[in-house]
Design a protein around this ligand. Sequence first.
Ligand SMILES: [Fe+2]
Length: 483
Amino acid sequence: MILFRHGVASADPLPDGVLLWTRCTTDSAGPIHVDWWVSRSPAPEPAQLVARGTAEASAARDFTVHVDAGGLEPATTYWYGFRAGDVSSPVGRTRTAPAPDGPAGHLRVGLASCSYWSCGFFNAYANLATRDLDLVVHVGDYIYENDHVSPTRRAVRAHRPAGRVVTLEGYRARYAQYRTDPDLQALHASHPVVAVWDDHELVGDAWRGGAGAHSTARHGKWEDRRDAAVQAYFEWMPVRRPGRESVFRTVRLGALADLVMLDTRLVGRDRPAGGGGRPVVRAEGERSLLGEDQWRWLEAEISSSTARWLLIGNQVMLAPLALFGVAGGLGVNPSQWDGYPGERRRLYDLLRRTGWASNVAVLSGDIHSSWAAELPVGAEFVSPSVTSDSFARTVLPRLPGVSAAVRRWFMWQNRHLRLGDLQHHGYVTVDVGPDRVQGDTWHVETITRRDPAERWAGGWVLHDGELGLAPAPAPASAELSRR
Ligand SMILES: [Fe+2]
């Protein structure tokens, strides 16, 4: 008996294609032939079929299936599914990218990061699934390899198997559990996702030569664990492999935007100041974050771009979260770009030199808190966590007595910040039009039960050719439902 227990997914849209994913649950040891289809309608009616084929699921890739479906039309919604024997998968919906020479149009992008199973329910994913979006950018911490929640609360639901994962089988089992979540399945079945890893798909506080949470004595050789995590990632995540052992790649979204996804974790990151485990460390400027290969690639990608907007998907926050003023160089988290100030200067220099002195929107996560920040070249929208313990829970207990006055003082020290919320869980929607980009932050009311209640925590607008963020009077989606 073959089952499609882990749902379906699509990813990395092109103007004429999209990557499709599923997994077979089977007792069979041998390869399984899986038929796939893409249709203009939710059912694979012969008159509506536009592509079909057969793929193979085998134990070597944990019975996951990746299909690069081609021959599709740009900026078009399709449905897809799989069939093995007489068993059909759930049906997914996806959308191709706009044509490069088409009208500028409009794009709606979801942004999410940091979903920790034990911390609660993925209401943010459920809400993203029901929104009218072209694609969802996931900037990592899609799974967590470790197994703990903050001492201030109990786990809402348990990781199974419990404990930290170290081996290939462990990482596979962790993805398999997360993919049984109905809200995560709904997200994947509703929109194409463009995902990159952050540290927890690998190991907490990962850098290119190790990880803060990895001990050779207890967990074995770093290279073995890294390779296991990378293998499981490329099996279980719908990602069009860029032909290198990394995830940095470009998704071109027509005349309106190019989406550049970075890898700030594995290929170029030097060990952070203080090892990454300690907050509030003065960082020196000479640490590497992207690595020379990725810098060369990035320069080629963005200097050849003719799009109106440059979207940069990036794991860790680019804008400073500074103590005692931005010029002081003392950040609250040495794992983000604050810990790599030379690399941040290099990025701004590269952007300006390649024609991107404005119209850049950076999409980030990792820090389990919500931020909207003005950058010297545009703006940054930082998504809160889907469920992972909020910054308020993990850091503020170490800084006793933090009050509203301290918060005001912090925001005054960081006058580039327009939104700062340390508490809530949720996601961001980014609305991209020819004249403006609006980032809206959405906070869910709870993560301790499945409940879609949410509220708009504010929106900020970046105008074409300008710097600075203007407050939005209403969420962009209200306007856009009339397009
Ligand atoms: Fe995280």
